[in-house]
Design a protein around this ligand. Structure first.
Ligand SMILES: Nc1nc2c(ncn2[C@@H]2O[C@H](COP(=O)(O)OP(=O)(O)OP(=O)(O)O)[C@@H](O)[C@H]2O)c(=O)[nH]1
Length: 478
């Protein structure tokens, strides 16, 4: 059942999960960046530079923190693999915001950490990077320049420098470019990670969502329903800081599950409870077009009620089609259920009325009234339905159509509901439907619940429609 749809939803889950996972990884990596201690090796190699910088800072004013001074200091410290002046600008902001300073100096890899520190500051902590950088900046004397240079020159073979020469500041740049192009600031990412949360950008989900929309439409899901599903996924997944609990896959599944449930579950009520609590007899009339499985569904429902301890009488209100009485009689005999029928061409409202009287006289719990399959475009047949409504005033009108009819079934449900208001729907032949478009759309479009699915030709092949169970089945979450 609905295998094609399952496959399409599976594809979306995979794509969206990958996107979410990418972001989650980025957050984690950045968080490490923000908090990482530099390696011992890098620290040792840069102790001299650190000392020089500190010495210089002790002898000069520490309040000078202008960017131009920083650029000068950087220039004088001079290494081939220096981060850009901008990235290293020791503004007071940078000194305050450890995360951003870390981003600039990139101490998350041995190479870049060493590169940054060897030139001017020991990255004992991100704050100290900024502070030392600031101090070194202030120290623009020839002496400190020479000291820094000599320190750098005395350790020409260290691994860090070699690495920094072969890997200049490209990493730092690409990361800052990445941050700005995604509109997803590093600070926010890091903040999210620190709080154990993950943020997903709408643009990241654009492709998977577009593919999901196409997949839903291909599966005959009504356009407004597909849009409602997408909107809800967007609202739930995008831009929200969500607890990064189990996995990003769970996050996507949860959003998709909620979105599907919100459209599939519209108007649900407990059918069995309604029957149990109703004044007897409860009168149910069935509407729908020819050949979709109305008569078979009535027989199945009679069997379903019987299994739950409710008696029923079938009224053949299909006085229009030759052979209809024989078809229903066969079911009634098979199920040992009372049948009320009139001659072909009789008044359907009168047949159902008789069945109600029979039920009242014989303590029968439920009247199941068949009607002629009619095209929703046929005015007199639709008028007959209105007459049944007036004469019998049924407690429940159930619309029956084929799940396999997809979009057509959805349109018919809407039109029948307009002509003779329905209380719910039965979708037959769900066993032969791989798309699931009608099952997903009918309730949302009509505002009335799908109550049963026909899943075969046997009397037992009638399932209570269970939105949660269906969604879990569609998502393989059972
Ligand atoms: N596979 C499958 N076949 C079904 C299901 N429900 C009904 N059918 C078959 O669909 C065919 C039509 O069913 P009917 O009950 O005669 O349809 P109807 O809507 O009463 O048709 P009219 O009496 O012409 O209005 C029959 O062969 C049924 O066995 C179902 O859930 N699954």
């Amino acid at each position: 059942m609905f295998d094609g749809l399952k496959e399409k939803l599976g594809r979306f889950r995979k794509d969206a999960e990958e996107v979410a996972e990418e972001n989650a990884e980025a957050v984690e990596a950045d968080e490490e960046t923000a908090e990482a201690e530099p390696s011992e090796e890098a620290e040792t190699e840069t102790q001299a530079a650190d000392a020089a910088a500190r010495e210089a800072s002790e002898t000069t004013a520490t309040t000078s923190t202008s960017t131009s001074a920083a650029a000068e200091a950087d220039a004088s410290a001079d290494t081939s693999a220096e981060p850009s002046a901008d990235e290293r600008a020791p503004s007071s902001d940078a000194a305050d915001a450890g995360g951003e300073a870390a981003s600039g100096t990139e101490p998350d890899t041995e190479a870049s950490a060493a590169s940054a520190s060897a030139t001017e500051a020991a990255p004992e902590t991100t704050a100290s990077v900024a502070a030392a950088d600031e101090d070194a900046t202030a120290a623009v004397s020839e002496e400190s320049e020479r000291e820094s240079e000599s320190v750098a020159e005395t350790e020409p073979n260290n691994e860090a420098e070699a690495a920094s020469e072969t890997e200049p500041d490209s990493e730092g740049k690409s990361e800052s470019e990445e941050s700005s192009s995604s509109g997803f600031g590093f600070a926010k990412k890091a903040k999210s990670a620190v709080r154990g949360r993950v943020v997903i950008e709408e643009e990241d989900l654009e492709d998977p969502l577009w593919e999901l929309e196409m997949a839903l439409l291909e599966s005959d899901v009504e356009m407004s329903v597909a849009e409602a599903i997408l909107d809800q996924i967007r609202t739930e997944l995008v831009g929200q800081e969500r607890k990064f609990t189990e996995s990003t896959g769970d996050l996507v599944d949860e959003a998709l599950r909620d979105a599907l449930l919100s459209v599939i579950g519209v108007g649900q009520f407990d059918f069995d409870e309604r029957v149990a609590e109703a004044d007897k007899p409860l009168v149910i009339v069935f509407t729908g077009i020819n050949g979709v499985g109305k008569t078979t569904s009535i027989a199945k429902l009679s069997n379903y009620l019987d299994e739950r301890g409710f008696s029923s009488v079938i009224a053949n209100g299909d006085t229009y089609r030759a052979g209809a009485n024989e078809q229903v009689r066969e079911h009634a005999e098979n199920l040992d259920t009372k049948l009320i029928a009139h001659e072909q061409g009789g008044d359907p409202a009168a047949v159902i009325y008789d069945a109600v009287e029979y039920a009242e006289a014989n303590d029968v719990d439920v009247v199941l009234g068949d009607t002629a399959g009619r095209l929703h475009t046929s005015d007199d047949l639709m008028e007959q339905l209105a007459k049944i409504d007036r004469v019998v005033d049924p407690d429940m009108t159930l619309f029956v159509d084929e799940a396999v009819a997809g979009q057509d079934a959805v349109n018919r449900a809407r039109e029948f509901d307009d002509a003779a208001e329905i209380d719910g729907a039965i979708l037959t032949k769900a066993d032969a439907d791989s798309q699931g478009g009608a099952a997903i759309s009918v309730a949302y479009v009509t505002g009335k619940p799908i109550l049963f699915l026909g899943t075969g030709q046997g009397y037992d092949d009638l399932q209570r429609f269970d939105p949660e169970g269906l969604v879990d089945d569609l998502l393989g979450l059972e």
